[in-house]
Design a protein around this ligand. Structure first.
Ligand SMILES: Nc1ncnc2c1ncn2[C@@H]1O[C@H](COP(=O)(O)OP(=O)(O)OP(=O)(O)O)[C@@H](O)[C@H]1O
Ligand SMILES: [Mg+2]
Length: 585
């Protein structure tokens, strides 16, 4: 451990002079309070330290201590269902110890050192194991089985393995390695800024289903892919991330609240644990880890929180799980980066952000993926990363949004105007995109071979409608030819009957895949049934009066798909009746 002395303090940035040269990225204890910090810049023995706690009260001349270790996550049983801050201290524990305004320098070990877990071995004495191999399991929550892995880089022959109750630090076995005998423990440590290794990156093969129609049907994200959801104030980012947390077909959810307002985070702390998990009927929190800064921690702790969250996700991926990471919002994280860069007096690039902003954003989204994990047995896991972006004034041309756009596969553009009209989710269908359509098509074809064609057709109709609306604004809708007015009607049906989805409606909050396909099919069936009639001169007003329209619009709020089948029949019947009335068969 290298000692040093504080020279200067500028907000969360502390300049210190060390006795010998420390390493960049090292964790440092700062001042008499022993605040936590990280070396972010170095020139010889002088170091700039980013402090993760409020620095008021410490003075130049006070000591600093380089721990020689990087900012690292402790990984093992005991994280599931907890709320951690950006540097992996349990927020709830801190809250219990110190109340909402945390006494600085309070140290609690991230993983509970006292709690005993029942370890059930999965290897026998004599077995040869390598990094990534499962040596045993712990039933951490009723839902979640924690697989205990040999840490990356370690290998050897099992000489002892025990069954029973152990703490995360107690040995559960011994390994004879080329370097000598080593203890196997349930806990491992990993530096958060370094991606965890895997054997092989795999192509993405299935969508992450969310039960949200505009996402699954129009702008899907692949399991192992990356998505961004940018939107101005109050456009629905948080609700969407919560919906995805609740409904996505991921095994594990990591929710990162990067420096949201304190009271908002307090809401997450009190509200989220109440949510019921629709998959298990138990509490959603049992398969969720939350990284959030409830306490009044400085901006710099946000910067670390995203790396901690992604590291946790990779650790569960390595156990063979599909993990979804939700970050709300990456803009706050980028602002922390900007703040720090300013204090370091770096030359600012666009809007004060450092020139390395794009690299840092890439560094996060690149940690998404579907991989073959380390270990002798073939195991597949995935990390999907979804980041909310809050561009100031909802202006998507700002740097965080534009850089993010380059590194993600799905872009859900939230629209202030749609949110204002209470069209939720306010995802603009003209500005959003997904690069995972091929992956999704293959998967959706199990329900309907025509999925890709239907999706493309619906989007085309929506696009056409928006052009027609432009004209209608000038000459009035009534002046348009009936074929065009029919397209406006269909677009309205797609919008109101399909895209709009109420997160707070008992049934509509989730829409299963089969129902999504059939619902879209019903709307398109309606179009195909009436379009020839309109072309043959049946007035659009008569089409608008068809009773089946109301039925179609209500389908999303009906459970199951039987109602859709019935309405399909009604469409044909009523279209035929109308045709007969006008004698245009
Ligand atoms: N899918 C939805 N269904 C119904 N209402 C919604 C939906 N999405 C958003 N809303 C409404 O919009 C409000 C604002 O949403 P939300 O808090 O998610 O926005 P935000 O983009 O996270 O805002 P901020 O910029 O303040 O973080 C919600 O309180 C809710 O009333
Ligand atoms: Mg929000």
């Amino acid at each position: 451990m290298i000692r040093g002395v504080i020279e200067r303090i500028n907000g969360s940035l502390v300049i210190a002079q060390f006795e010998a040269e420390p390493k960049i990225g090292d964790l440092v204890e700062v001042g008499n309070l022993g605040l936590m910090g990280e070396i972010v810049r170095l020139s010889g023995e002088r170091a700039a330290i980013q402090c993760y706690e409020v620095t008021s009260g410490i003075k130049p001349g006070e000591p600093v201590l380089d721990t020689g270790r990087p900012l690292a996550a402790e990984l093992g049983p005991g994280l599931m269902g907890t709320i951690l801050d950006g540097v992996e201290r349990s927020e709830l524990k801190l809250w219990e110890i110190a109340g909402p305004f945390i006494t600085r320098g309070v140290r609690i070990a991230p993983l509970d050192r006292e709690k005993k877990w029942y370890f059930e071995p999965k290897v026998e004495v004599g077995a040869k194991v390598v990094g990534g191999d499962i040596i045993g399991v712990v039933q951490e929550t009723e839902y979640f089985q924690h697989r205990i892995l040999v840490p990356p880089g370690m290998e050897g022959k099992v000489t002892e393995i025990y069954e029973g109750e152990f703490t995360v630090e107690e040995p559960v076995g011994k390994l004879k390695t080329p370097e000598g005998e080593e203890e196997l423990k349930m806990m491992q440590v990993w530096p958060v800024r370094v991606p965890r290794p895997y054997k092989e990156r795999l192509p993405l093969v299935s969508p992450l289903l969310t039960g949200q129609r505009v996402i699954d049907t129009f702008f899907p994200v692949a399991k192992g892919g990356a998505a961004a959801i940018p939107g101005g104030f109050g456009t629905g980012k948080t609700v969407m991330l919560q919906q995805i947390s609740k409904w996505a077909d991921a095994d594990i959810i990591v929710l990162i609240g990067c420096g949201e307002r304190g009271n908002e985070m307090a809401d997450v702390v009190t509200h989220f644990p109440e949510l019921t998990d629709p998959r298990t009927g138990r509490k959603l929190i049992e398969r969720t880890v939350i990284v959030a800064n409830v306490s009044n921690m400085p901006i710099s702790a946000r910067e670390a929180s995203i790396y901690l969250g992604v590291t946790l996700a990779e650790y569960y991926r390595d156990q063979g799980y599909d993990v979804a990471v939700m970050a709300d919002s990456t803009s706050r994280w980028a602002e922390a980066l900007r703040d720090l860069s300013g204090r370091l007096e770096e030359i600012p690039a666009e809007r004060g952000f450092p020139a390395y902003l794009a690299d840092r954003i890439a560094g996060i989204y690149e940690r998404a993926g579907r991989v073959v994990t380390l270990g002798s047995e073939r195991r597949i896991g995935s990390v999907t990363i979804i980041g909310a972006v809050s561009p100031p004034g909802g202006d998507f041309s700002e740097p965080v949004t534009t850089h993010t756009l380059r590194f993600i596969g799905t872009f859900w553009a939230l629209d202030t105007e749609l949110a204002f009209r209470r069209h939720f989710p306010a995802i603009n269908w003209l500005r959003s995109f997904s690069r995972y359509i091929d992956v999704a098509s293959r998967w959706w074809s199990q329900y309907d071979a025509a999925w890709a064609a239907m999706r493309a057709r619906a989007l085309e109709l929506l696009e056409e409608a928006s052009e027609i609306e432009e004209t209608a604004r000038i000459i009035g809708e009534k002046a348009l030819p009936d074929e065009q007015r029919l397209i406006l009607l269909i677009a309205e049906m797609i919008r109101e009957g399909f895209l709009v989805q109420n997160a707070f409606h008992e049934v509509d909050t989730y829409c299963e895949a089969e129902k999504q396909v059939k619902l879209l099919k019903a709307i398109l069936r309606f179009y195909d049934s009436v379009e020839p009639l309109v072309r043959k001169g049946i007035p659009i007003e008569r089409v608008r009066e068809m009773r089946v329209i109301t039925e179609i619009m209500r389908l999303k709020e009906r459970r199951g798909v039987e109602a859709i089948e019935r309405v399909m029949g009604l469409i044909t019947e009523q279209a035929r009746a109308l045709a007969e009335e006008y004698g245009v068969i």
